[in-house]
Design a protein around this ligand. Sequence first.
Ligand code: PLP
Length: 476
Amino acid sequence: MPVQQPHHDRGESRDLEINPVFSREPLRVPRYALPEREMEPDTAYQVIHDELMLDGNARQNLATFVSTWAEPQARRLMSECVQKNMIDKDEYPQTAELERRCVHMLARLWHAEAPHQAMGCSTTGSSEAAMLGGLALKRRWQHRRRAKGEPTDRPNLVMGINVQICWEKFADYFEVEPRYVPMEGDRYHLTPDKAVELCDENTIGVVAVLGSTFDGSYEPVADIASALDELQSRTGLDIPIHVDGASGGMIAPFLDPDLAWDFRLPRVASINTSGHKYGLVMPGVGWALWRDEDALPDDLVFHVNYLGGDMPTFALNFSRPGAQIVAQYYNFLRLGFDGYRRVQQTCRDVATRLAGEIAGLGPFELITDGSRLPVFAFRMRDGVDHFSVFDVSAALRERGWLVPAYTFPKNRTDLAVLRVVVRNGFSHDLADLLLDDLRRVLPRLDEQGEPHRGEDDAGGFAHGAETKNPVRPGRH
Ligand SMILES: *Cc1c(COP(=O)(O)O)cnc(C)c1O
C-alpha cells in the first residue's frame, strides 16, 4: 500500500515542503497578550526556540555559581521525573526516600554528632533554605525570651555586609533587624571581633558565610564560634551560628577536610547549601539541615494529611519539582566522596591557574586567587585607570564570555572588580580560550583608553566605574 499524504496531492502545501515551520508562523506573534487562536506545536516550539537564541550561552556564563553541565544520565533521570511533585510524598514514597537519604548523607558529610537525629529538608535553593534557617533562629530566640518573660519585639541578626541578598530578604520579610558588619580596608568579610561587637540579648544568631559571593573567601567560622563562646562566658548570651554554605558546603568537606566549619563546632546550629551549585545539580535544589531537634522548633513544622498519610513539612513552597532531588541522589551515588573530591579539586586547579595567569597579564591585581571557593575576583592595578573593569567585562562579552564587573559594598564602594566562578565543565581548555580572548582585547582597551582623554572628556573610559550599572554578584 503506497504511503501517501493526501494533502500533498492537492498541491496546496508547497510552503510546508519548502519551509514547513516558518510558513505557518502567524504574521505577528503576540508578545504580551494571549493569542486568539492556537498554533501548531512545531510552530510554537520553533518561535520560542529561536527567541531564546538571544540568551547568553550558559556554559560561558562565568557569573553564576549554578550548575550548567550535567551528565546525560542525570538529565535522563530528571526528564523521567519531571512530572513528580515533591510534596506528594505519599504518592511518590521512593522520591521522598531519596530526599531523606540525601539529608542523611549531608548530615554525615557535615559531621553531625548523631546523623540520624539531624533534621533537614530539601528546598528550591539556598534562598529558601536561608529563610528556614533564619526562621528557626528567630523562633528559638522567641521561645527562650518568652520563657524568661522578656520582650520579643526587636530581634536582630548579625552578619557581614557581604552576605548574599537572601539574608537581606530574610531580614526584611520576617522583620528582623539586619546588623551588617561593613567592609574595611582589605577586610572583605565577617571577622570574630566585629561580629561579637554587634551582638546583644536580641541577637537571634550570627550568619557565617562559606564562602563569600563577592570574592570566594571563607569566613572564619571556627574563630567566630570561639569569640561567641567567649562572649557567653563573659555575659551569658548564648548566640547560635547559621552557616550559609551555599557554595562552600559542597567544597570544604572534599577539599579542606581539616577545616572545622560545620557541626563539629557545637555552636553551629544549622547549615544550608545549594544542591544546584557545587552539589552539581541543575537548578533548583537546596538543602537546610539542623544539628538536632532542639535546633528546629517543632512548632515551625506543619503536618498535612490531605495527600494521604501524615506528612511533616517545613518549607515555604508547597508544590515543587522532584526531579532535582533525584538528580542530587544520582550525583551522590555516581560520584561518591572521591568523585566529588576530584571534580571540586579540578575546579580549584582551574581557578588558581587561571587567576595566576590573569595576575601575570599586567593590568590586574588579584583580590582572591581561587584557593578557597574556585572563584576569584580581581581589580585594575593601581595606576591603570584609562580603562575599567566594566570595559573589560563589555569587551569579553563580544565573544560571549559573561564575566561580571561590580563594585564592593560599604565601606569599599570605591573598589570595582571582575569575578570568575569556575564550575564543573569549565575546563583548563576553556580557561585557555578565555585567556586568549582577554589577551586579545587588552591592547585595544589600552589604546582606546589613552588618546581620547581630555581634561573634560565626560565620555572617557575612566568614568566607567561611575556610569555603568554594576551587576551585583549576590544575585547569583
Ligand atoms: C547563591 C548563594 C545564595 C542563594 O542561593 P540560591 O540557591 O541561588 O537561592 C545564598 N548564599 C550564598 C553565599 C550564595 O552563594
